[in-house]
Write a protein that binds this ligand. Structure first.
Ligand code: BES
Ligand code: ZN
Ligand code: ZN
Length: 503
């Protein structure tokens, strides 16, 4: 998908000469208060009438297309609701733009303008509002049509202009656009990778995507091959990869945006299983196709480092992707097999479907070499996460209060919220093995927790947060700016965290 061009312009709604003008409107408010009074006058008061007659009430995500019949310079209006004024958040605005942009696309126009809403969510600046608008618009128009022979249902929208009433907001809004484009672009990149099937997006292909990206952005990259992993002793990652014909990869990307010599880096580690059959502990057939997206975490850390580079964030950032395909081939790991991880700890693999924590164990142990200031891993780790949290919260665990708070805040701002779960040592009882240092499953109860606790054994005393995105990874239905299928949720949280941390 081509990302739309976004610009900002000083101008008023009643004089904007555009194909489509999007106007956001709060429920129960007069149009005059919302900067559209002169436009309404030009249209003979018909906008007010639409509101009075409740044909358009301004409820969240309500959309109405209106032809101005040459009574105003804008040919068509798309009214979109924001709901009650005192309840408007950045997320409401993001969703409103997502809803509006779909209507714009149906109207088959190549570009549109949108007025910066006059309402300001509590604590938000015009930068934040512009950023949310851009994210909603780009992500709401997302389509994945690579494998369709027929033309897509609607053309891509080429451009969006944000209209602002006063020059004074220009700089803030421009910066909001810059950030919004970067986070949305990152999300689109992740959605695309997740949508590609596993016969295309193999570990080899992930490595080549990473190489292309690194070269384009001037990011340093190292890719470890199987031989190197054997030499280092990455027994857990190698164990998972054994059942597949596809060789594993271990990808390290390093972006340095700071001049400070010995600044400790932020390190991101993402689970990158290009397909999870479960291995010998084979998964049931139903919905198994969703497991092509078991590489979401890896795609997200890849997209995040690209966004950091594009935004020229002043920080040191390292992204690590342990990559493998989990298959039940003739040489596959079998239940009861014992692997020695990079950390030296041994693991009894009682269930080959709990492969994410194995590859992450080696990923996290490797990350420790960089003495991270903050270590964050992100993974479609457990079905238990889906059971516990449904589709709207990311599971968060961590060892460091300050880091957890930062991640929570950035997630809130990005509209990708986390919910903390306990990382209590008591649960480790469930991970004890009779023959090795630990086992890779925790038995009945607390499946999301025992998985996180397993990971915690590989991070030493580093400030660490683990995000389980199995809950939010795949959407069963289309929402305002989230498509059906892979959502890439977690991407904006990570990019926002990097922005908030470095600026
Ligand atoms: N990739 C799955 C987790 C998953 C499930 C992600 C559903 C997205 C949606 C993971 O590798 C897995 O299979 N976990 C097992 C662990 C169990 C064997 C302890 C699970 O959750 O069933
Ligand atoms: Zn699995
Ligand atoms: Zn998995």
């Amino acid at each position: 998908m081509k990302i739309m061009q976004v610009t900002v312009q000083v101008g008023r709604v009643e004089t904007a000469s555009v194909e489509v003008l999007v106007l956001a409107h709060c429920e129960g408010e007069a149009l005059a208060k919302q900067d559209a009074a002169l436009l309404d006058q030009a249209l003979g008061g018909s906008l007010s009438k639409l509101v009075q007659s409740k044909e358009f009430e301004g409820k969240a995500n309500e959309v109405l297309l209106y032809h101005t019949q040459d009574k105003a310079p804008a040919k068509r209006l798309v009214l979109v609701g924001l709901g009650r004024k005192n309840q408007v958040t950045l997320e409401t605005i993001r969703q409103a733009l997502g809803s509006a942009v779909k209507r714009v696309r149906q109207a088959k126009v190549g570009s549109f303008a949108v007025a910066l809403p006059t309402v300001r969510p509590e604590g938000a600046s015009s930068l934040d509002v512009a950023q949310a608008m851009v994210e909603g618009a780009i992500l709401g128009s997302y389509q994945f049509t690579v494998y369709r022979s027929e033309a897509a249902s609607g053309q891509d929208i080429g451009g969006m202009t944000i209209l602002i009433p006063k020059k004074g907001q220009l700089r803030q809004v421009a910066e909001g656009i810059r950030r919004g484009v970067a986070t949305a672009e990152a999300t689109v990149f992740v959605r695309d990778l997740c949508n590609h099937p596993s016969n295309v997006l193999t570990p080899v292909r992930v490595a080549s995507e990473a190489k292309t990206l690194a070269r384009a952005e001037g990011i340093a990259i190292t890719i470890l091959e199987q031989k190197e992993m054997e030499r280092l002793g990455m027994g857990a990652l190698l164990g998972v990869a054994r059942g597949s014909q596809e060789p594993p990869k271990f990808i390290i990307l390093e972006y340095n945006g700071t001049k400070k010599k010995d600044e400790r880096p932020v390190v991101l580690v993402g689970k990158t299983i290009t397909f999870d059959t479960g291995g010998i502990s084979l998964k049931p057939a139903e919905n198994m196709e969703h497991m092509k997206a078991d590489m979401t975490g890896g795609a997200e850390v890849l997209a995040s480092i690209r966004a950091a580079a594009r935004l020229k964030l002043p920080l040191r950032l390292i992204s690590i992707l342990p990559v493998a395909e989990n298959m039940p081939g003739g040489r596959a790991m079998k239940p009861g097999d014992i692997v020695t991880t990079l950390s030296g700890k041994t693991v009894e693999v009682q269930n080959t479907d709990a492969e994410g924590r194995l590859i992450l164990a080696d990923g996290l142990a490797y990350a420790m070499r960089y003495k991270p200031a903050a270590l964050i891993d992100i993974a479609t780790l457990t079905g238990a996460c889906v059971v516990a949290l449904g589709q709207f919260a990311i599971g968060m665990f961590g060892t460091d209060h300050a880091l957890k708070e930062q991640v929570r805040k950035s997630g809130q701002k990005a509209g990708e919220r986390v919910w903390e779960m306990p990382l209590w040592e008591e649960y480790f009882e469930q991970l004890k093995s009779d023959v090795a240092d630990m086992r890779n499953i925790g038995g009945r109860g607390g499946g999301m927790i025992t998985a996180a606790l397993f990971l915690s054994k590989f991070v030493g005393d580093c400030p660490w947060v683990h995000l389980d995105i199995a809950s939010t990874d795949w959407s069963e239905r289309e929402r305002a700016y989230v498509p059906k299928g892979p959502t890439a949720i977690g991407t904006r949280l990570l990019v926002q965290y990097l922005i908030d941390r470095s600026l």
